[in-house]
Design a protein around this ligand. Sequence first.
Ligand SMILES: [Zn+2]
Length: 164
Amino acid sequence: MSVVDEFRKANDAYASSFQKGHLLMPPARHVAVLTCMDARLHPARFLGLDEGDAHVIRNAGGRASEDAIRSLVISQQLLGTTTVVVIHHTDCGMLTFSNDDLRSKIKQDLHANADHIDFLPFKDLEQSVRDDVATIKSSPLILNNVEVSGFIYDVKSGKLIQVE
Ligand SMILES: [Zn+2]
């Protein structure tokens, strides 16, 4: 069975007992979470989120990229979220390469030029969280009075550690 067929089967089971069709669009817990796309992270489980509770914005690294800010602006301005939580994690793939590494690979494998893309890798995990919290806090597009906190999720223990 292909993974898409597996998805269809899993979704049939999910929809057969689905009872959340009444949920409203604005997140019930007024929170937006920015985190990494890493397959080992299951934010709904490790944060205790249910359908309808939160915006979970994911990208490589959980970085406060231009597109993450775009989503946060929509989350705050149109859907009423008032808290932002940034979660990076141990053993992140973003610690393992540089922009030059990936740009060279793309040149070699795809004969394409990615020199204009900052893939936002990082060398220091805690600092990357501080940087993204600071980027969000200082953005003129983000509400002034929102709480922005930063955490590291430990993929070995499942624990969240706050970054001060
Ligand atoms: Zn990651």
